[in-house]
Design a protein around this ligand. Structure first.
Ligand code: PAF
Length: 290
């Protein structure tokens, strides 16, 4: 365990643990309610929004930093996923995090680990279709982290809309004793959702990337004007994406917010979502419709 001081030299320090026994001991002494912000590090303003929300609602805030190999497929970016623990610890200290849990892979998946959490069809559509096994990895690691940290509340970003639905189903189906808090997406001034993968974009791709936001906005605006035909909303998003030569759409979706089944008509809300490939990165974004 080590202590890190925030950059401004103020008195608050953050404790860091890597192993299960130290985590359990420190966790037992934390005043409740305890909030967990699970992350894969490379912390940005979106994570800070989660931490600040947890800070406002909980007596103690725990951040986990673990790049989870199980949620990356073969040929995906596990190896090159951005890692900067020193910067992450400074961010945590500066935002009043009480405890950072930075396990290594065998701490989460000890030798012989073979049990996984599979949410069924929710995990095989949209991102799950493009990234087979991804949500088994997410559901498994989130279940393990919730069990190890035992938070009262856990904080997730709305940007990963399908992840929010999947984790909600895991918590419900396994009767896990935790409340989930979904925090609105944080965006750059041009609308691009903050994401660790934005760091992969070239200057030209970065200039093109707000097309995801513009596509969502176009459909949201049509919906606000009364459009309820889901296929016309999908077509609207495709039309905006088609105008950006660097963007190759993977999917656009107008789905039920609980089942993620594609809708014909939007009469009880929906989740708009899309995934777009640029030469250097694949980006996702979403927008819940009420
Ligand atoms: O959203 C993420 O960063 C990850 O999917 C999560 C929830 C930390 C699980 O590895």
């Amino acid at each position: 365990m080590a202590a890190v001081l925030p950059p401004d030299g103020s008195a608050r320090s953050v404790r860091i643990v890597r192993d299960r026994a130290s985590l359990a001991a420190i966790r037992a002494a934390l005043p409740g309610p305890v909030g967990l912000v699970p992350t894969m590090g490379a912390l940005h303003g979106g994570h800070v929004a989660l931490i600040e929300r947890a800070r406002a609602e909980c007596a103690s805030v725990v951040v986990s930093i673990f790049v989870n190999p199980m949620q990356f497929g073969p040929g995906e970016d596990y190896e090159r996923y951005p890692r900067d623990l020193e910067a992450d610890l400074r961010t945590c200290a500066a935002h009043g995090v009480d405890l950072v849990f930075t396990p290594d892979v065998p701490t989460i998946y000890p030798p012989g680990h073979s049990t996984t959490v599979d949410v069924g069809p929710l995990g095989t559509v949209l991102e799950g279709a493009a990234r087979p096994g991804h949500f088994r990895g997410v559901a498994t690691v989130v279940t393990i982290l919730l069990d190890l940290v035992r938070p009262d509340l856990a904080y997730f970003g709305q940007k990963d809309g399908q992840q929010v639905v999947v984790v909600g189903r895991v918590v419900r189906d396994l009767a896990l004793a935790v409340g989930l808090v979904v925090v609105p997406t944080v965006r750059e001034p041009d609308g691009l959702a903050l994401s660790s993968r934005n760091a992969y974009l070239s200057a030209a791709e970065r200039a093109a990337a707000p097309v995801l936001y513009r596509a969502l906005r176009a459909a949201v605006d049509d919906y606000a004007r009364g459009e309820r035909d889901a296929e016309r909303l999908r077509a609207r998003m495709r039309e905006v994406l088609a105008a950006e030569p660097l963007a190759r759409p993977d999917y656009v979706s107008v789905a039920d917010r609980e089942t993620l089944e594609e809708l014909a008509a939007v009469d009880r809300g929906a989740l708009l979502s899309l995934a777009v490939r640029f030469p250097s990165a694949r980006l996702i974004d979403c927008w819940p419709l009420d």
